[in-house]
Design a protein around this ligand. Structure first.
Ligand SMILES: Cc1ncc(COP(=O)(O)O)c(C=O)c1O
Length: 413
């Protein structure tokens, strides 16, 4: 099989998605499945919908178009404020978009009028993470102006935290969002369908058992794909953390000194910390690098240590007698490594089913293979009754990887 490749287990993604849908449904929260880290893969999109996601969201209109062209049937939301240059495509392909600028909403309205479509808007509010969002004090005026635009329907209010400055979506922030929703509804005699509180970083807040106020939707990507919450990257009980793995091939394997020799200047990627002298080591080079993924976001198998990377080469140290040329190594990935690998044309994407037959196999879209069957994740899917959900300090469902069982590598969204 070709390498490097991402092995994507649709069965595990389905189980993760279903577990999260179940957990959140019993607290009155619907889930929008975020497909941006999958480049809008129709296979994965269908898997999320089968697991009970109420809609799909993506930050790129191109990915939404990909899913539409593949006849994925779902409500689709553009979760990044549209570019003025893309408003026609947004109105044509997305049912809803997240918005913070009246100029953009005005152009969406014109695009809607031209094509006789009504476009849904979720107004995003700034709660302190300082990426997108209308300042709370400006929200009332933005709603007033937005209501004047024809072919625009305000569908809801949302917020996004933890992506840019790492500000946690805690009870205080979420109460602030609920209060804003209440006050806008009262002022304008509106009823908001969607109050979208955030992303995989909100799972701790849900788990804290606090009153969830008006929040009735979360947008989840990372927790479904990687099985971790996004504040501290801790595994979520009942979710698989190995639904997606990266396989790379060894192209050189030699015993070499652990320290470089000669006059040391910059590397292809700037400075590099000096290597400690550990005598001779078994070093291997794999055919993957910065051009394909984020090497810092790779978690190697037991007995392998990542020493560094350049554009096309990943250098590792192997315990014992080393690796053979042609051997394949399987890595787990953080979000940053996954995002880059998914968008790299040099990395094959192989959809697999590890935990028994799965309806997603019916689609002809991707090359499909089969894994040996292993035990499915432990958490049952339950909508009636609220299963206790904990973020554990030990691995959820994971095997065979090095280091502690807790993933600590951060990967920004
Ligand atoms: C606005 C918005 N919502 C939701 C998400 C999904 O976040 P996560 O992958 O942490 O669930 C993202 C991620 O990029 C985002 O930008």
């Amino acid at each position: 099989m070709s390498a490097p490749r991402l092995e994507i287990d649709l069965g595990s993604i389905h189980d993760n998605a279903r577990t999260l849908v179940g957990m959140l449904a019993c607290r009155g929260i619907s889930v929008t499945g975020i497909t941006k880290a999958t480049s809008g893969s129709p296979e994965i999109a269908r898997t999320l919908l089968r697991a009970g996601m109420t809609g799909l969201g993506d930050s790129r209109i191109e990915n939404i178009e990909t899913m539409r062209q593949a006849h994925v049937r779902a409500s689709m939301t553009l979760i990044r404020t549209p570019m003025l240059s893309q408003v026609d495509r947004v109105v044509k392909h997305a049912d809803v978009s997240f918005n913070t600028e009246l100029d953009v909403i005005s152009k969406l309205s014109s695009a809607g009028r031209k094509t006789n479509r009504t476009h849904g808007i979720v107004l995003m509010v700034e709660l302190g993470d300082l990426r997108e969002g209308i300042m709370p004090g400006d929200l009332e005026n933005t709603v007033r102006e937005t209501l004047r635009f024809p072919n625009i329907a305000i569908r809801g209010i949302g917020a996004n935290l933890a992506c840019y400055n790492g500000v946690a979506p805690d009870a205080r922030k979420m109460s602030e969002l609920s209060r804003l929703v209440d006050s806008i509804e009262a002022k304008f005699a509106l009823s908001m369908d969607i109050v979208s509180g955030g992303n995989s970083a909100n799972l701790d807040w849900v788990r804290s058992g606090t009153d969830l106020g008006r929040i009735n939707n979360l947008r989840l990507g990372e927790s479904i794909l990687l099985g971790v919450e996004a504040l501290n990257r801790q595994p979520v009980d009942g979710l698989r953390t190995d639904a997606i793995t990266l396989v790379a091939e060894v192209i050189e394997s030699k015993v070499k000194p652990s320290q470089p020799w000669g006059v040391i200047a910059q590397t292809a990627f700037g400075e590099r910390p000096p290597a400690a002298d550990r005598g001779k080591i078994s070093q291997a080079v794999l055919a993957i690098g910065h051009q394909d993924t984020d090497p810092l976001g790779l978690d190697p198998p037991a007995g392998i240590k990542i020493l560094g990377a350049s554009s096309d080469h990943l250098v590792v140290e192997a315990a014992g007698s080393g690796l053979t040329v042609g051997a394949e190594l399987t890595f787990q990935l953080n979000y940053s490594a996954l995002l880059r690998a998914m968008t790299s044309p040099f990395i094959a994407k192989v959809m697999k089913i590890r935990s028994g037959p799965h309806p997603a196999l019916n689609s002809p879209f991707n090359h499909l293979d089969s894994f040996p069957t292993t035990a499915p994740p432990s958490a049952p899917f339950a909508i009636s009754g609220c299963p206790p959900y904990t973020v554990s300090k030990t691995a959820a469902v994971k095997s065979g990887h090095s280091g502690s069982s807790v993933r600590t590598i951060n990967g920004g969204r």
